[in-house]
Every structure is written in C-alpha cells, then in structure tokens.
Design a protein around this ligand. Structure first.
Ligand code: ZN
Length: 412
C-alpha cells in the first residue's frame, strides 16, 4: 500500500515462486515452493505448481528464510577513537540522518528487525516513527531508548545512556524510557570493553538498584536486558528477574545453568572480542584494543558454557549490522563466529530468526516464514543450513511484502 503522495510503500503484495524454504523448524530446505503475500502478510505457502500468477517473482531455486533479527545494535554507536568522535559530535539533525542512513543499510544487509540497546538523543524513537510512516527505509525497530548506568558507568560518556544512582533514580530512569516509548529496558550492570576508567569485571549496580529497575520494568510489562560481564553479578541479576544477558564475557557453569533454568537468553556478541583489524580502521585507542582482544578466549569459553547448559542464544552484532567486517557485514561475521563456536547451522538460523522473535514477544509476526506472519524474507543462492557463510550471498530482501533489494534483477 502506498500512503500520501510520494511516500515509500510500507507494505506490499507479491508472489514469490520457485524457492527453497528454510523455516527454522524443519531440519532442511523444502523445495519447489511459492509464497503468496498480500498487504505485507504471508497468505499461503504452497507447491509452485499450484500457484499461477503473471507477475510472480521467480527466485530460480534460491534459498529463502525469514529476515535476520539483530538483537544487539546501536545505530548511533560511537566507540572511543577518531571515527567515533565524528559521530558523537553530530548535532540532532545530523544524527537523525546518520541513523536513517544506518537503518536503510541495515535492512539492505538482510536484517529486517533490530533490537536497539542504547541510542543517542531519542533518535531511535523518531527513526521508528519515520520508518513506520514510510518516510525512511529501515528495519522494524524494537528499542530500549537510552541505557541506564551508574554515574561514570559503562557508556556514560555519550548521551545514549542516562546516569542514575540509587534505587529511586533507577526506577525513575526506567519510567522515563517507557514514557519516551521504550519496548524494553537496558541496564549496564558491569564494566565493559569501551570504558576507559573501568574493567570488564567492575560491578556497577547495587542489588537494590537492580531490584528497583527490574521490578519497575516488569510492573510496566517491559523485559530487562543487561550489559554484563562477570558471573557473580549476572547470577545476582538473574535471581532478581533479569530477562537477558548481553555479552556475558565471563560466565561460569553455575551462571550458565541458572540462566538456562530461568529461561534467560544470552546475546553473545562474539565479534566484539574478535575485531582487531576493524578497530585499527576505526582508530580506537590501544587500551581498548588490548582489552577487547585479551578477553576473546574467555568470552568464547563463556559462550560454550552457555551452549552446554542449554541457554537460549540470540544473534547480536553490537556494531551497526552493516558495518564492513572481514569481507562481509558485522552481523554475518557474528553468525559465522556463532557457528565456529559450536552451534549447528540450523541452531544459528534459529538464533537469528525464531528465537529473537520469541524473546520480543513477536513470534506470531516475525522470525518464521508462515501464513499470517509478516513477509520479512531474505534469499540467497547457496544453502545456509549446510554452511552459514551462504548468508554472505544474500541477494534479495523483502520487508512487509515490499522488495527492498534484488541483486538478481540487476544481473538479468
Ligand atoms: Zn552494545
């Protein structure tokens, strides 16, 4: 459907034929199918021989799956260093355009939904409105607004966080983000890689502060995720009701077991401790380089402990998903790290589609190509259930029934 004169289509009708479908449920692709889309929603999936349509898009046997859901992004990210300084010095108007450009490139990369986990200046809420209205091309946005940290805590140096101290201030912080439109809440409960005055293991919220933030968010029906490194504070937060752990650099078997028991997800963001050449390019300072790379082995061990314990693992790039990374994008590189770290291709595909949709409470809408769900789809020539690197070859992206990228059409 198109809206006012000249606005971008926000939903579409289409018939896709001659495709191999990967639904994240069956172990492998199902051949020779067609998908009928009406007003952005999948109406039916049937053998191609049963579907006759003049205007059908012939996908030539490509592998089709749900669009990727990146559960840890920052479209306004500014890391320490020269490249980050440029972003953090943008005024609100420039920042809005910068984020809109990032949203478009995110979608073209094959990421049809993002979960933003700390964005600057309320730009995420404006961007979400603009995408929904058809003023900007971009993914579906689920956002925490600004992250909540203690004074001087992780991420405090730009306005993508809000400094709070004490239980009352954290409860108020939660309410201010919900008032602004937050879908969930992001807490910084420990230090990290990009903070000069802290260490990964520095605890940054007291038990009372975490309890106040989590119970306030839950009372308003919002889940809570936490930037978190060390096992001790993760265990404390999970016992208080935390719903998701970001990074989890230093999990122990006990922490992983507790997370699995309580149904707490992990977004490992493996790429952030495996990005030497990339950080050089961004001009990040040497202290950050060293901290990142020296945390890599423990981070991977932590990821494996989570897998062994049966923790629900979800895709998250931390970097803007489209950033160029070792011959592909940050999000696809993260997918490759998850596979190399011990997940099967099908497990990775689920972690990138169905499982995030479930965490977001949107599993009836996104994350699985099925009748009644939004037509958010990607296609590629090779089979990602054999090797996830096939996702490097994404050549077709549809969001809500609108084709936003079709490299095959260009090649014809
Ligand atoms: Zn992050």
């Amino acid at each position: 459907m198109s809206g006012p004169v000249g606005s971008l289509p926000t939903s579409g009708d289409a018939v896709l034929t001659n495709l191999r479908l990967i639904d994240g449920i069956e172990p492998g692709p199902q051949d020779g199918l067609s998908i009928v889309v009406r007003n952005g929603v999948i109406m039916s999936i049937a053998p191609s021989s049963d579907v006759r349509d003049e205007g059908a898009i012939d996908l030539g046997g490509s592998y089709v799956m749900a669009g990727l859901i990146d559960m840890h992004t920052h479209l306004s990210l500014s890391l320490p260093g020269s490249a980050g300084d440029v972003v953090s010095s943008l005024g609100p108007h420039d920042l809005a355009h910068y984020m809109a450009d990032g949203a478009r490139r995110t979608l073209l990369t094959g990421v049809t939904s993002v979960r933003c986990v700390a964005e600057k200046g309320g730009g995420d809420f404006a961007l979400r409105r603009a995408i929904r209205a058809g003023r900007v091309v971009g993914p579906r946005i689920y956002t925490a607004g600004r992250g909540l940290c203690c004074t001087g805590g992780h991420g405090h140096d730009t306005d993508d966080t809000l400094e709070c101290d004490g239980a009352d201030a954290f409860a108020r912080g939660v309410r201010t983000q919900i008032k602004a439109g937050a879908d969930f809440i992001k807490l910084m409960i420990s230090g990290g890689i990009a903070g000069e005055n802290e260490q990964i293991a520095t605890p940054q919220m007291t038990r009372e502060e975490m309890a106040a933030a989590i119970s306030t968010a839950h009372a308003w029906g919002r889940k809570v995720t936490a930037h978190a490194g060390p096992a001790e504070i993760i265990i404390e937060a999970v016992e208080l009701g935390l719903d998701c752990v970001e990074h989890g650099y230093e999990l122990t078997p006990d922490a992983a077991r507790l997370m699995a028991e309580r149904g707490v997800a992990l977004v490992p963001t493996l790429v952030v401790t495996r990005a030497g050449a990339f950080f050089d390019e961004l001009g990040v300072p040497s202290w950050m380089q060293e901290r990142s790379l020296s945390a890599g082995a423990r981070h991977l061990q932590s990821f494996r402990l989570a897998l062994d314990a049966g923790v629900d693992v979800l895709l998250g790039s931390d970097m803007p998903p489209f950033w160029k990374f070792e011959g592909t994008s940050a999000v696809i590189r993260e997918i490759e790290h998850m596979a190399a770290g011990g997940m099967s291709p099908l497990e990775v595909i689920r972690a990138a589609t169905r499982a995030p949709a479930q965490w977001l409470g949107a599993d009836g809408q996104i994350g699985t190509p099925a009748p009644g769900h939004f037509a958010d789809l990607i296609a590629m020539t090779d089979d990602p259930t054999v090797d996830v690197s096939a996702l490097r070859g994404i050549e077709f992206v549809m969001k809500n029934g609108v084709v936003v990228r079709d490299d095959r059409a260009r090649a014809r």
